[in-house]
Design a protein around this ligand. Sequence first.
Ligand SMILES: Nc1nc2c(c(=O)[nH]1)N[C@H]1C(S)=C(S)[C@@H](COP(=O)(O)OP(=O)(O)OC[C@H]3O[C@@H](n4cnc5c(=O)[nH]c(N)nc54)[C@H](O)[C@@H]3O)O[C@H]1N2
Ligand SMILES: Nc1nc2c(c(=O)[nH]1)N[C@H]1C(S)=C(S)[C@@H](COP(=O)(O)OP(=O)(O)OC[C@H]3O[C@@H](n4cnc5c(=O)[nH]c(N)nc54)[C@H](O)[C@@H]3O)O[C@H]1N2
Ligand SMILES: [Mo]
Length: 763
Amino acid sequence: MIKKTNAQTPEKLTGIELKDIPHSAVGFKAIASSVKHVKNEAGLFRGISLLKNLNQTYGFDCPGCAWPDPDEKRAFLAEYCENGAKAVAEEATRNKVSPLFFATYSVSNLAKLSDYEIGKKGRITHPVYLPEGANHYKEISWKDAFNLIAEELNGLDSPDEAIFYTSGRTSNEAAFLYQLFVRQFGTNNLPDCSNMCHEASGAALSETLGIGKGSVTLDDFNHTDLIIVMGQNPGTNHPRMLTALGDAKKNGSKIITVNPLPEVGLMNYKDPQNPLKWVGSGQDLTDVFLQVKINGDVALLKIILKLMIAKEEEDTGSVFDYKFIKEKTHGVEDLLDDLETYSIDYLLPQTGLTLEEIKLAADLIISNKKIIICWAMGLTQHKNSVDNIREIVNILLLKGSIGKKGAGTCPVRGHSNVQGDRTMGIWEKMPDTFLDKIDAEFNFESPRKHGFDVVNSIKAMHDKRAKVFFGMGGNFVSATPDTEFTAEGLRNCNLTVHVSTKLNRSHLIHGRKALILPCLGRSEKDFQTSGEQFISVENSMGIVHKSQGHLEPCSEDLLSEPAIVAGLAKATLKKTSVNWDKMISNYDFIRDKIATIIPGFKNYNQRVREDAGFYLPNNARANDFKPTTTGKANFTVNAISDIKLTEKQFIMMTIRTHDQYNTTIYGLNDRYRGVLNERRVLFMNAHDMEKNNINKLDLVDLRSHFNDKVREAKGFLALPYNIPKQCTATYFPEANVLVPIQSTGRTSNTPTSKTVIITIHKR
Ligand SMILES: Nc1nc2c(c(=O)[nH]1)N[C@H]1C(S)=C(S)[C@@H](COP(=O)(O)OP(=O)(O)OC[C@H]3O[C@@H](n4cnc5c(=O)[nH]c(N)nc54)[C@H](O)[C@@H]3O)O[C@H]1N2
Ligand SMILES: Nc1nc2c(c(=O)[nH]1)N[C@H]1C(S)=C(S)[C@@H](COP(=O)(O)OP(=O)(O)OC[C@H]3O[C@@H](n4cnc5c(=O)[nH]c(N)nc54)[C@H](O)[C@@H]3O)O[C@H]1N2
Ligand SMILES: [Mo]
């Protein structure tokens, strides 16, 4: 019997080096760093071809993030960024994980490696199978792999015992086919990475504005008075957004940043397109920096709302847009009544700020009319995340700052097609309107019972209510909360299957049997029987555009994601109304079906071939809120954080370094935070360190506390950092073991990865 391997990243220090925190983001160092990664992974020649095609209208969509490309002219250097270059370099690596590799390395030995080491092993070249009790994956034919999955799926007592996860890189075409197969198989168990990401944004925006997506376009940044960036670190995670912020500033806009950390990119940046500006002090971006305590945002926004009301009472019509409020909104009285029940003195301690600091921001909001509010994981991964976002909407609605040029909501998405996957029906609770249409078009009855999201999938696997896990991309065991609990769930499964480009920990923490199905990446050519194909994706601003790979596939034995779905569907479904072979022979056939079923995709095949793609309809952008339950934009009443810390407890957020893409670790540096060659660090406030007798670089163990259950992650180096008192930060995924499975957002059910209550134990 093989001993169970540890599901966590091994506790291994790599030799920390501390540097000064740079003053400015991007600039020459960023370009140099990206060139180095591309050259090391892909080789110089392939590397140049990659960068040349990245985010060009004829090229492929960067798998890095969902920030949009300009509609018009695209410069060569402009449309890639340091971290986009790293993302494509990872995919285009020359390192290969072949059947010989698996014959050499056992699963239990590979599991001892760090995520960084695992990722660097390279691209998987052949489908491989791990039979029950075996310790080495071995080659399997595609046909046998599909039959094996089909046998397991058809042997289940109910289709609801299978789980079909999606990560957000999957194309529209693959996602549409995938959900169709899963629903024809008979379940809505379609959890996705969005459940851990922007689920709260979708929930809050649908309720208040009638659409779960943001309302602004890139051009709105050129016409706005004020941008508020909350809970987001674009210098690392959406570097091309800095260009939009820089341009907005040049056009006279102001920027308020709300973040427990003074993230370098947001403070100051150097334009990568303008080498003349790589030297010198760069451009200051943030005008007002509010260093809020973790999860203090609703309290902060309530104070701002109260200051707005006070000003409005003093000078009627100076702050609110009465016409908009009267004609377009519902529920303003409830909001105003509720705000009266809070005093500023009561709210202030939650924010960690002074009233003077907040007034600076409130004055900008009061005096400007066109406001864009951007946010990411710093707002969406808390218990009251939906409240965070609804409170943002309250501010925009009072100002009438939505549905007009230069104003609106901007949830900045993560994965490059996470938004498109949802549009295509990857959701455990798609509305009946969508299901009715696929039923009519494909002549079957889709299941109507809502499926499991990520957290409920984990619980179901843990309780053995679910027995087969299928992952379309992603790295489930490392991306999800409560690592050891999730690992037990996966190990309980009869079969775990991963469609992947690269080796990751989820291949090593597996069910009784396991399969890895290797697929083409974005950067690679995709040939089907009718010839070369392209795919399409939707970015964070609802633009659908095509993406075509230019590199030769890293192996002849890869299949595209749509072809994998079709192979699986043909093996599994005893009865199907879909001609799967035809669908994948030419992806135009898939797009034709999407065009008839999904609103906004009329003439998909024609419009997607036009240069920059096309915008999907967006009611909030069009100043129309009819899709909400009241037919108007809804004001809401929101809850402040209910976290109470004891004197020895800290609140911990889990964040990304500059050298990772979620669970893919590009390197061991976090250049913008001055930490090199180490990921096991705990950022702490210097006063807290002193008070608790913790010195710089002391080794500490972390314990999280939830409903009396204690979880532990061992071996982190304590570092003094500019962070509010009783707030701490660690990196994802090393600290995921501390995120309790039961601790999730209200309504969104998103793991609270940014509010984990911990105690710190010095060795
Ligand atoms: N290079 C690179 N690009 C990426 C990714 C990557 O890993 N690497 N991941 C992609 C994905 S899937 C996503 S979702 C996005 C993630 O993009 P981000 O959301 O920028 O990523 P995080 O590192 O989680 O950073 C969260 C930020 O919120 C702040 N924060 C934490 N808690 C709070 C809070 O309570 N209030 C406020 N106001 N701020 C808070 C943190 O200090 C940090 O600056 O990036 C996408 N792009
Ligand atoms: N503690 C904590 N946990 C978090 C977060 C956090 O901030 N803190 N963030 C959450 C967020 S926002 C997200 S989005 C999730 C991310 O969760 P996931 O999407 O599940 O994780 P990734 O690390 O992005 O997935 C990486 C893997 O995807 C595969 N892959 C890459 N490209 C392709 C492709 O083109 N096709 C296929 N089939 N596979 C491919 C590779 O094998 C790679 O190993 O993690 C969440 N988890
Ligand atoms: Mo994400």
